[in-house]
Design a protein around this ligand. Structure first.
Ligand code: SAM
Length: 473
């Protein structure tokens, strides 16, 4: 039976409840009165239930869809301003004992080169990432309890935080690794991770079991209940996601929101982020072998509906998407994007030879970080390298309550400007720097509080003239 508070995956992601939600959405997808009422509710910026949001997602009425897009854009602006947080993935290891049918790291793939970064390799990769200007990483790895041990992850995190190259530093390490135990989550928390990210892949249990035929990841309940264990282990920033293309997108959308509702109900704090990856070509994986691919319009609608359903949750888009798609969904709700990414193990130091590719998927946006930063600023976005929240203890419900009270705006805007200034001083090309300095001069006037504005102006001066770094509110 559906029970949002239950700790059992079959209850909080209840199959019958999702089927009923989809049927209810179908019945009401052209019910203008109800759709208007849901849009009005969404305007209060307190979010929507999975049932309400599923009606909006199913709605085919063009005029209503335009209202949904407009509202998503407005909510995005209200909560995130024009800031976009920058990050890069760092692949630690592609050893994997799972049998995921959509991932080239599956155990039966005998020809993909298997690699695991040593601590010295990590040092080199991190220096390369710092030299690009990155401050925030998402660690990625396959599941291999013998090679990719918790000790290995902990040591890797310690290594990453310890490297200070020139003015560089990685200030926030997020991690996307296989579901694990409460004790291990506690260790990750103690090691100072930011967000624990785990994609559900699909919420459809039957499909999940088929798509993960072998290996520990086959256990749907263990995987789906991972965020509960992470929270029990003290990690209060967790990142959800589904891999769009594996099952029907409306089912996944309802499941995703039910998962968010469950975390909010059971722990008083919803997901910190939601990622929206789409299945991509990779080594021996052909997305055409999967029946549920979604087109760009549907993708945009999903992003917009997530935005208005969970306004306080950040949304992440990776380089799986090309420039055009990224541009479109940035307006509709995305708050974090990666730039200059490599999805291969060790790919930042040296490009891999053609016959030795260890990539997890093909990248569709291969621009450098500098190009991505410039492109964002040309569209009047502020690329932000801020990592202040979790370093100031603003995680979980503390982050959420600040966000809900609107106070987060007073920290985020100045922090974005100061970290962008650091980037411009240390890593930007002259062209990017010129655009950025102009943008900062304009945007600093938008710091509402005069006292804060003066502090920002002084800090910007110290960054430029005294080579000072790492100011934050
Ligand atoms: N091994 C970890 C686990 O068990 O969850 C996760 C790390 S994996 C490196 C990161 C994510 O990449 C996966 O969760 C999956 O959603 C995604 N992925 C795998 N194959 C993909 C493909 N062919 N195209 C796009 N994304 C893919």
């Amino acid at each position: 039976m559906y029970d949002v508070n239950s700790k059992c995956a079959d209850d909080f992601i209840n199959h019958e409840e999702i089927l009923e939600t989809l049927a209810y959405a179908d019945e009401n997808k052209e019910n203008i009165e109800l759709i208007d009422a849901i849009i009005e509710k969404a305007k209060k910026r307190k979010g929507l239930s999975h049932r309400e949001a599923s009606i909006l997602l199913a709605c085919p009425i063009e005029e209503k869809n335009q209202e949904i897009y407009k509202l998503a854009e407005q909510i995005k602006k209200d909560f995130y301003g024009n800031r976009i947080v920058m990050f890069a993935p760092l692949y630690l290891s592609n050893y994997c004992i799972n049998g995921c049918t959509y991932c080239p790291y599956h155990a039966k793939n005998r020809h993909i080169p298997r690699k695991q970064l040593s601590q010295e390799d990590i040092r080199r990769e991190v220096i390369a990432l710092q030299d690009m200007g990155h401050k925030r990483l998402a660690l990625e790895a396959g599941e291999d309890p013998v090679r990719n041990t918790m000790d290995y992850y902990l040591k890797s995190i310690e290594t990453i935080y310890s490297i200070k190259h020139k003015n560089g530093a990685i200030r926030r390490v997020n991690i996307n690794i296989a579901a694990t135990t409460v004790d291990n989550y506690r260790l990750l928390k103690e090691a100072g991770i930011g967000t624990y990210i785990l994609f559900q892949e699909t919420y459809h249990k039957e499909s999940y079991l088929e798509l993960h035929p072998t290996g520990p990841k086959h256990d749907y309940n263990y995987h789906t209940e991972a965020m509960d264990r992470a929270m029990e282990g003290g990690i209060d920033d967790v990142g959800l996601g589904v891999l769009f293309g594996l099952d029907k997108y409306r089912y996944e959308f309802a499941g995703l929101l039910m998962h968010a509702e469950h975390l909010e109900a059971a722990f008083g704090v919803g997901p910190h982020t939601i990622s929206v990856p789409r299945l991509k070509h990779a080594d021996d994986i052909n997305p055409d072998d999967f029946d549920n691919g979604i087109d760009d319009d549907t993708f945009a609608k999903i992003v917009a509906c997530i935005r208005i359903a969970v306004p306080y949750t950040g949304m992440i888009i990776s380089t799986r998407e090309n420039q055009k798609t990224r541009e479109r969904v940035l307006h509709l709700g995305i708050s974090q994007i990666s730039g200059g990414s490599r999805t291969s193990v060790g790919g930042y130091c040296e490009p891999e030879p053609e016959d030795e590719k260890s990539e997890q998927f093909d990248v569709s946006d291969s621009r450098t970080l500098d190009e991505v930063v410039r492109w964002l600023m040309e569209m009047d976005y502020i690329p932000s390298f801020c990592t202040a929240c979790y370093r100031e203890g603003r995680t979980g419900d503390r982050f959420m309550s600040l966000c809900k009270s609107g106070q987060i705006q007073n920290c985020c805007h100045p922090n974005a400007l100061m970290t962008l200034k650091e980037y411009l001083m240390d890593y930007a090309s002259p062209e990017t720097k010129a655009i950025g300095d102009k943008l900062i001069a304009k945007e600093v006037l938008n710091v509402p509080n005069e006292k804060a504005r003066n502090i920002v102006l002084e800090n910007l001066r110290l960054i430029e003239q005294d080579n000072r770094r790492d100011f934050r509110f």
